[in-house]
Design a protein around this ligand. Structure first.
Ligand SMILES: NC(=O)c1ccc[n+]([C@@H]2O[C@H](COP(=O)([O-])OP(=O)(O)OC[C@H]3O[C@@H](n4cnc5c(N)ncnc54)[C@H](O)[C@@H]3O)[C@@H](O)[C@H]2O)c1
Length: 252
């Protein structure tokens, strides 16, 4: 098993790619800490992993509240004595919207979840990983960071910030044996996809994404989880500061 006895915190793990990663990491021997909003399906995801013989627990946390993130990390550390992996994956989408119609409240919420959440999760684990002299931090950005689409303006900006933060932390934390990498998924078949399509026809919206993906299909949550697993294992021991496209060739 690739993550035997490791402790992995995954935010946004009640759904989509975070849930797939929780299931895969658990199959590889990790204890998974599922972090998501209190009203999410997080407890059900954790229970299903335990029912399948894995080890998982759920924390209802809003990642935009650093004190909640800090409390969760301290509690996990107290219980398990270490944190090997912090996967900052929680995020929210935006529907295609002309910039002049984007309202302040949505801007603030999107930046809070997609950027401040990554900052809060990373900051909380770094002292513990520095003490351990090792650790892996993984973030979820998007192809929308390096390859923005018209109308995904502030979403693209949030993911560009995640990529820059990932690279900055990779340099800052390399001397402490902590690797920091990022995934850039293309349109992925998760509940979030509808959030990008908004009021457009669902099938037309999916097709619009599909038309830009050379491999001819949307990503599946497990495509992203497999890439996450690779970056979190020692197979990637020499990889830090990377934003890895998992995009069926869209960025070529
Ligand atoms: N689905 C796509 O097409 C796509 C493409 C590129 C990148 N992404 C990114 O991938 C990541 C995972 O998205 P997904 O597609 O699995 O979506 P999803 O909606 O299935 O899962 C996202 C999870 O994040 C949680 N979340 C949202 N706000 C939160 C908060 N404040 N605190 C804690 N949890 C919160 C949600 O409750 C949800 O369970 C996101 O960062 C997203 O921006 C998605």
């Amino acid at each position: 098993m690739k993550l035997q006895n490791q402790v992995a915190i995954i935010t946004g793990a009640a759904s989509g790619m975070g849930k797939a990663a929780a299931e895969l990491f658990s199959q590889e021997g990790a204890h998974v800490v599922i972090v998501d909003l209190p009203a999410s399906q997080g407890e059900q995801v954790a229970a299903a992993i335990r029912d399948n013989g894995g080890s998982a627990e759920f924390y209802g946390v809003d990642v935009t509240e650093p004190s909640q993130v800090q409390g969760m990390v301290e509690s996990v550390y107290t219980k398990h004595g270490k944190i090997d992996i912090m996967y900052n994956n929680a995020g929210i989408p935006m529907a295609f919207t002309p910039i002049e119609e984007v309202d302040d409240a949505y801007y603030d919420r999107l930046m809070a979840v997609n950027v401040k959440g990554v900052f809060a999760g990373s900051r909380a684990v770094v002292p513990l990983m520095k003490k351990a002299g090792r650790g892996v931090i993984l973030t979820t950005a998007s192809t929308a960071g390096p390859r923005p689409r018209p109308g995904l303006n502030i979403y693209s900006a949030s993911k560009g910030a995640v990529i820059a933060l990932t690279k900055a932390l990779a340099l800052e934390l390399a001397p402490y044996g902590i690797r920091v990498n990022c995934l850039n998924p293309v349109a992925t078949d998760t509940p979030m996809l509808k959030g990008f399509i908004g009021n457009q026809d669902l099938e037309q919206g999916r097709q619009r994404f599909l038309d830009t993906i050379p491999l001819g299909r949307l990503a599946q949550p497990m495509d992203i989880a497999q890439a996450a697993l690779f970056l979190c294992t020692d197979a990637a021991a020499m990889i830090t500061g990377v934003d890895l496209e998992v995009d069926g060739g869209r960025s070529v």
